[in-house]
Design a protein around this ligand. Structure first.
Ligand code: GSH
Length: 200
């Protein structure tokens, strides 16, 4: 049985949605990221010394501690679901290209904006960079999903990260294509279930 260590609304929502999409057998373990503890008081740093979620206990004696890696792992466990195209296909590299963009250009830029100690002026600079990335992203949104008609592991990751705009004082409505995308995905049953399970 797999176990996903998560914090509500954090980037762990992406593998959580994928676990729901795949209807995999798993349990959720909630982490208090400030205290680095689980609900039962046990030490999260003993699970992941890097101190962050998501962590996937594969149930096969291996732990994965990077979101992009676990998204690929999960998709490859259930190839029939089509969440990641076959090794060697250009669609697979396109999906990985999106994961990398979301992780390095979006996800990690949002991080400091959640830190109350982060300088306001520096925050404006980071928001300016994010706005440029989001404007480009909006220009790429011609189809239902990032890869076209096929929902892939890149979509729940982008959905998760775009939802953070509202917590850092950015308005997704400035990019109607992105707002429509998030609204469309919000009604996907696996996403509805994952949001409900995280109390969101
Ligand atoms: N490199 C990691 C970063 C994960 C990450 O940024 N996790 C955040 C939540 S979205 C976290 O747990 N932060 C708490 C901390 O770093 O103390 C990944 O891509 O999975």
């Amino acid at each position: 049985m797999m176990h996903l260590y998560y914090a509500p609304g954090a980037c762990s929502l992406a593998p959580h949605i994928v676990l729901e999409e795949l209807q995999a057998a798993y349990t959720l373990v909630k982490v208090d990221l400030r205290a680095k503890k689980m609900d039962d008081g046990s030490d999260f740093l003993a699970i992941n010394p890097k101190g962050y979620v998501p962590v996937l206990d594969t149930g096969k004696g291996a732990m994965l501690t990077e979101g992009s890696a676990m998204l690929q792992y999960l998709a490859d466990q259930f190839p029939e679901n089509g969440l990641l195209a076959a090794v060697g296909s250009m669609e697979r590299y396109r999906t990985l290209e999106w994961l990398s963009f979301i992780s390095t250009e979006l996800h990690k830029s949002f991080g400091p904006l959640f830190n109350p100690a982060f300088d306001a002026q520096a925050g404006q600079v980071v928001k300016g960079i994010l706005e440029r990335r989001l404007s480009w992203l909006a220009s790429q949104m011609h189809q239902q999903y990032l890869l076209g008609d096929q929902f892939t592991i890149a979509d729940p990751y982008l959905f998760t990260v775009l939802n953070w705009t509202k917590f850092v004082g950015m308005n997704l409505g400035d990019w109607p294509e992105l707002l429509n995308y998030v609204e469309r995905l919000s009604s996907r049953p696996a996403i509805e279930r994952a949001l409900r399970q995280e109390g969101l």
